[in-house]
Design a protein around this ligand. Structure first.
Ligand SMILES: NC(=O)C1=CN([C@@H]2O[C@H](COP(=O)(O)OP(=O)(O)OC[C@H]3O[C@@H](n4cnc5c(N)ncnc54)[C@H](O)[C@@H]3O)[C@@H](O)[C@H]2O)C=CC1
Length: 486
């Protein structure tokens, strides 16, 4: 391998790479071949302490800069990230197994968008002036929270690091980021780029490890806010620990989202939406529309076209830009997905295509479609986080809305129909945070992203994220005398 995947050291703390070989070794595996491409070490308590202390010191200085000055650093980082998109995308492909065709357009580019967006609005982050009776008035100051902890999942390592760091830093906070132990490489590059762009040492630190490092990071009293992208069970633990310290949280968790295809929809577009919402990143996307409700009148036509187009997936070397479908991130995740496929078969789902492990080194599985899935089947209830699409039938609008909402999750929802009134009427009744009409899984930085119910708390991206990385100080100003009862 000519491309260097072994970083200089495991962690990035106080503006430089840092190693402590006393930490548990962490092997990084290229999911397409199973080869070990780097060996890192989990953060020891000493590394974690240095990262948090460094972040605290950097934050004091950073918070005193104007929004304009902070924004300039973030926008410079966005430019560097775009200039290096190709190399960053290759690294992301090694880290996750996702095809280069995807990483070139959805990872560092999405991270750069976040840095540019929050860099651009940093100068405009202000409080307000409130005029009161008798000439009194009040004003609010938008203040940073302090040191934020970021915890990432393994599906979008660069994007997650930037979606958390950009709004946090724009508001004057510092961050200690812990990537997923499965994909630890890309966040280190984000840290390098921020330093190059002029961020002070210690402002954005990366520490490696699994829950054993994430737990103490969240619980540390010096941490003011925790932002997690991960599963619901982890979310519950992290939220509870943050609550002990009365810390702010953002929780971007899992989903089992509905995608509803009405009988007047363009079948071609709806099939595209179903492919994007189930097979992009080999199905490892939190907002995926994995319960595809298709009106009975068009179900067979939809399934036929879906099978035809799924057969055209180019499954091969992820570094070849022609490849459109890569491996699962790990053998563990592959086994979880195979287990769900087995349950789908056993509980009576009709396998339309796929369903098998692909016989070659690495964690490969076919894109899989089940039809005749019913609401009670395991594959219709639990998040699989793999390329398993379930088609469920429906006849009536009211009925499909009730069934779509009959889940603890509430991350996303989509509707395909040519009837615009119906589209808005249905979306209004769906319990989900991020919704789509005649599209699926778009996530531009200008638009709030996040879930309701068990899928999360708070929003990432857009102006909405500012509220989650800052707090308001209110100042009452009396212009006359102070009156007291005695
Ligand atoms: N809503 C969203 O924005 C997204 C949600 N996800 C969700 O993430 C999940 C898949 O990612 P995974 O990495 O498997 O999730 P996970 O929940 O296992 O891990 C997420 C992160 O939390 C850390 N962690 C685990 N236990 C912890 C603890 N006790 N204390 C502190 N940190 C801890 C992990 O090391 C990792 O960095 C899926 O359920 C998916 O739906 C993934 C991408 C986006």
């Amino acid at each position: 391998m000519t491309f260097a995947t072994q970083p200089n050291a495991s962690h990035f703390v106080n503006g430089a790479y840092l190693e402590d070989t006393a930490g548990t070794p962490l092997e990084v595996i290229y999911p397409a071949t199973g080869a070990v491409i780097a060996t890192l070490h989990e953060a020891t308590p000493q590394v974690l302490d240095q990262a948090i202390a460094g972040a605290q010191a950097a934050q004091r200085h950073w918070a005193r800069l104007s929004g304009m000055e902070r924004g300039r650093v973030l926008r410079r980082a966005a430019d560097i990230m775009r200039d290096r998109n190709h190399d960053l995308s290759v690294l992301e492909t090694y880290d996750t197994g996702k095809p280069l065709q995807e990483t070139l357009v959805a990872d560092a580019t999405s991270g750069a968008d976040a840095l540019e967006y929050f860099g651009s609005i940093a100068a405009g982050l202000t409080g307000e002036h409130i005029q009161l009776s008798g000439g009194d008035w009040a004003y609010t100051i938008r203040e940073p929270l302090g040191v934020c902890a970021g915890l990432g999942a393994w599906n979008y390592p660069t994007q997650i690091a930037c979606w958390k760091a950009a709004p946090a830093l724009a508001c004057g906070n510092a961050m200690v980021f812990k990537p997923s132990e499965t994909t630890p490489l890309s966040a280190l590059k984000v840290a390098e780029i921020l330093i190059e762009a002029g961020a002070p040492a210690g402002l954005f630190n990366v520490v490696q490890g699994a829950g054993g490092v994430g737990g103490p990071l969240v619980a540390d009293p010096r941490i003011a806010k925790v932002s997690l992208t991960g599963s619901v069970p982890t979310g519950r633990k992290v939220y509870a620990s943050a609550a002990e310290g009365m810390k702010h949280v953002t929780m971007e968790l899992g989903g089992k989202s509905p995608l509803i295809v009405f009988d007047d929809a363009s079948i071609e577009d709806a099939v595209s939406g179903a492919i994007l919402g189930n097979f992009y990143s080999s199905g490892q996307v939190c907002s995926n529309g994995t319960r595809v409700f298709v009106h009975r009148a068009i179900k067979e036509a939809f399934l036929a076209r879906l099978a035809e187009r799924t057969a055209k997936a180019v499954i091969g070397d992820p570094l070849d830009e022609a490849t459109s479908f890569g491996p699962m991130v790990s053998e563990t995740q592959l086994q979880i997905v195979l287990g769900y496929i087995e349950k789908g078969r056993a509980e009576g789902g009709r396998l339309v295509c796929g369903g098998n492990r692909i016989d070659k080194p690495g964690s490969w599985i076919e894109p899989t479609v089940f039809a005749d899935v019913t609401d009670d089947m395991t594959i219709a209830r639990e998040e699989i986080f793999g390329p398993v699409l379930s088609v469920l039938d429906f006849d009536e609008e009211d009925d499909v809305i009730a069934r779509a909402n009959a889940t603890d999750y509430g991350l996303s929802a989509g509707v395909y129909t040519r009837d615009l009134q119906r589209a808005h009427r249905v979306i209004a009744r769906l319990e989900a945070g991020s919704c789509f009409i005649n599209s699926y899984n778009d996530a531009p930085v200008e638009v709030p992203f996040g879930g309701v119910k068990a899928s999360g708390v708070g929003r990432e991206n857009s102006k909405a994220a500012i509220a989650h990385y800052s707090q308001l100080k209110s100042v009452y100003v009396r212009m006359g005398e102070t009156e007291a009862p005695f």
